[in-house]
Design a protein around this ligand. Structure first.
Ligand SMILES: [Zn+2]
Length: 374
């Protein structure tokens, strides 16, 4: 049997900066072909996607991950080369160690071992990998999901191996994620000479009260699983390039992280309501980059809780924290989606690492989930 740590090192040593897979999926195919998995490569504008499966029918279970990583950042801040994995004090260091090549390896080897031991298992075990999770995510998992839909292969359960844990492996799993919507508000004034303000209309002066009202608004209360919807401005722009000119427009960009208590439409309406209270001419555009999803305390989360209790002796917290994940694409198929992975303290940072003992525990958790489903 392939050694989990050696396999993780092999993946980490590939400089697969998003959206370049750099041959990682080839290594995954090699492992899974030893257990007679089938493969479908779905490549889309420079992105490598892989769907591997064994068996037929239901239950249909999927492990999902990504082989791309974020850039290493300032090399001088790393204690070791980010693409030369090093074991030190019980940790494995390297870019992608936590997010999420080590978990990729645990998913692959768990599935492989399960199939080797149970070649005639019922249902279907699938694995999905993309090299476009850290990038735009427009040519990644969504393309595999489109393929699965076409083939009428709709999973019942999906475990995404993203780093969900906080202090130690298994202490937290994700049972949903908030959605993300961007907006761009342009307040329209009238350009003019700064010495003749009566002949101009200053959009900077007009913006303050309206933008403050947006910043102060409580969009919803959240619930026991979701924090309240958050709203943040991230860019303000105005100015005509000279100190004696009142600019003609001001643009404010913002982002919502929204819970299922709000919808894009309900947020659009609230914004229109708020802005109507101020004497403004404006244009506004929205872009929903990610819909929220929520699996809740579903069968799969119960199975995962049991697995974690068995392996780690702890009860995981169920949360929906963090940014968006590819889990949303699977959730759109109507299946149960949860996320279980290693500790996320070092993801996207310099000196990213994974606890080796905990990685082995994650592997045991994954195996336990498979045994409980099949
Ligand atoms: Zn990730």
């Amino acid at each position: 049997m392939t050694d989990l740590i050696e396999f993780a090192k092999a993946l980490i040593s590939r400089e697969s900066i998003t959206p370049d897979d750099k041959g990682c999926q080839k290594l995954i195919i090699k492992e899974l072909s030893e257990a007679n998995f089938n493969f479908k490569k779905i490549n889309s504008t420079g992105v490598d996607n892989l769907f591997a499966w064994h068996g037929v029918g239901n239950p249909f279970f999927i492990f999902a991950g990504h082989t791309d990583v974020v850039p290493p950042g300032p090399l001088e801040a790393w204690h070791t080369d980010p693409f030369q994995p090093v074991e030190k004090n019980g940790f494995l260091y390297g870019r992608g160690a936590a997010d999420m090549k080590a978990a990729d390896c645990a998913m692959v080897l768990s599935a492989k071992e399960f199939v080797l031991k149970n070649p005639n298992h019922k249902g279907m075990i699938g694995l999905v990998f993309t090299s476009d999770e850290e990038g735009l995510a427009t040519d990644g998992t969504i393309k595999v999901v489109e393929y699965l839909k076409q083939e009428n292969k709709i999973p019942d359960y999906v475990v995404v191996g993203e780093a969900s844990s906080k202090e130690k492996v298994g202490d937290a799993i994700k049972i949903g994620r908030r959605g993300s919507m961007h907006g761009e508000l342009t307040i329209i004034g009238k350009q003019g000479h700064i010495a003749y303000p009566q002949k101009a209309d200053n959009p900077i002066h007009r913006c303050f009260k309206a933008l403050d009202a947006l910043a102060q608004e409580k969009w919803d209360q959240g619930d026991e699983h979701f924090p309240p919807t958050s709203f943040q401005f991230f860019e303000l722009q105005s100015g005509a390039g000279a100190a004696n000119v009142i600019p003609g427009t001001l643009t404010a960009k913002f982002n919502f992280r929204f819970s299922p208590m709000s919808t894009p439409d309900s947020l659009h309406n609230k914004i229109a309501d708020i802005l109507s209270k101020y004497d403004l001419r404006y244009k506004i555009n929205y872009h929903v980059s990610s819909e929220p999803f929520f699996s809740g305390e579903c069968d799969l989360s119960q199975i995962a809780i049991k697995a974690i209790q068995g392996v780690c002796g702890i009860h995981p917290e169920l949360n929906t924290e963090g940014g968006t994940s590819d889990g949303r694409f699977f959730a759109a198929l109507g299946c149960e989606v949860i996320e279980i992975g290693v500790v996320n303290k070092t993801i996207h940072k310099v000196n990213e690492c994974v606890n080796i003992k905990e990685l082995k525990q994650l592997n045991d958790i994954y195996q336990c989930i498979l045994k409980n489903i099949f």
